[in-house]
Design a protein around this ligand. Structure first.
Ligand SMILES: [Ca+2]
Ligand SMILES: [Ca+2]
Length: 110
């Protein structure tokens, strides 16, 4: 559930590029490439302490931004902090209490 939603959010971030250049039917590789591009371009912005990974607060800020972007007003009906906390636990594959760029990419790509 998270992943589908986040894919939509990640794609929304790159929507202007997609609008200019419509690829053919093979959307799946493009979508994965887009996630990688979004993680690469946005990671530093949300890694506010420049530690090279995202703590729960940094991760939550990013995810909530993506969800709000994808769902607009509807997202505000959700308990966003609780939702982001569950997503953080899911994304932090090695349980290090930090999400690396690789973990984030894997999580968003599903
Ligand atoms: Ca950090
Ligand atoms: Ca981790």
């Amino acid at each position: 559930m998270f992943r589908t939603l986040l894919m939509v959010g990640a794609l929304a971030l790159t929507a202007p590029a997609l609008a200019q250049e419509q690829p053919d039917a093979d959307a799946q590789p493009d979508a994965k490439a887009n996630v990688t591009a979004v993680v690469e371009s946005e990671f530093d912005t949300y890694d506010s302490d420049k530690s090279g990974d995202l703590n729960e607060q940094e991760f939550s800020t990013w995810l909530i931004a993506l969800k709000t972007q994808a769902e607009g007003e509807k997202a505000k009906a959700t308990d966003l902090q609780k939702w982001a906390s569950a997503a953080f636990a899911q994304a932090d594959a090695d349980n290090s209490k930090a999400v690396s760029p690789a973990e984030l990419t894997t999580f968003l790509q599903g």
